[in-house]
Structure formats: C-alpha cells, structure tokens
Design a protein around this ligand. Structure first.
Ligand code: RB5
Length: 147
C-alpha cells in the first residue's frame, strides 16, 4: 500500500511520528510537505494529496493540521475522496469498516503523537467491510457523478 502524507505548520510533529510508523510497518510513502518554517495554507497541501489519491497514484492519504478540520474539508472537495477526521480509536476502525475512507485527517492541537500513531495504525490495517455499507458508499459515489 502506497501512502501520501502532508501537513501544514500545525501538524509537523505528528507527520514525523506517522512517517516513523510507516517505516515500522514497511509501508511505502511520499511526503508532500510542508517544508515550513512559518505559516502555510492547509489547502495547498490537502488538495494535491487528495488528487493523487483520487487518481490512484497513491492508495491512501494522511493529512495533519492544527485541528484536522481544514485538511478534511479541503480533501473532501475532491471527487472520489472520503476523508475522515479522526481523534479516537473506535472511529479509526469504524471509518475504514463502514465508510471505506481513503484519507485520514488528524489535528495536532487536539491529540498527541502517541494517540495519533495508534489511530493511524488501526486506520491503515483495518479492511472495508463492504456488504451493507456498499449501498451507502455507492450513494455518495453516485451523487458525485451527477455533479
Ligand atoms: C493553522 O493555524 C490552522 O488554522 C490549521 O492548522 C488548521 O487547524 C485548520 O483547520
């Protein structure tokens, strides 16, 4: 599985933590920034990652900002993206099983690096259940096709 990862200036520490997790799990990844000393704009990082996942260049994406909210709002504007903002382990598992989320967003001003690492591990290793959820996710895909 190939992962695209990025953060704004508010998510640099968790981004480094998740990269060390990806190394530990032996998962291939590419880091799309930021190379930030100062303040940057989260859409400049969320949208390229979301587009790469939507195009199939990467299987999944992980985005971190201060709250995770800006990254998730921006990523979900890209057709084919189901970005889940997650700050607990239950949701990390559920959003993979039920929503087949393809991008994980987290906020570094909300949770610490230890919990972020566990959330990412669960999210990366949990399979989509399909079944009854396929109809629901299918309705989102059908709506996107009409836009
Ligand atoms: C940056 O200050 C902050 O707004 C950003 O990291 C994020 O929390 C936005 O949703």
């Amino acid at each position: 599985m190939k992962i695209a990862i990025a953060s704004d200036h508010g998510g640099v520490n968790i981004r480094e933590e998740i990269k060390s997790l990806l190394d530990e799990l032996g998962m291939e990844y590419a880091d799309f920034g930021c190379e930030c000393e100062g303040s940057v704009d989260y859409p400049d990082y969320a949208l390229p990652v979301a587009e790469k996942v939507a195009k199939g260049e990467f299987d999944r994406g992980i985005l971190i900002c201060g709250t995770g909210i800006g990254m998730s709002i921006a990523a979900n504007k890209v057709r084919g993206i189901r970005c889940a903002l997650v700050h607990d382990l239950f949701s990390a598992k559920a959003t993979r099983q039920h929503n087949d989320s393809n991008i994980l967003a987290m906020g570094e001003r909300v949770i610490g690096p230890g919990l972020a690492r566990e959330i990412a591990k669960v999210w990366l290793t949990t399979e989509y259940e399909a079944g009854r959820h396929e109809n629901r996710v299918g309705k989102i895909k059908a709506y996107e096709q009409q836009q």
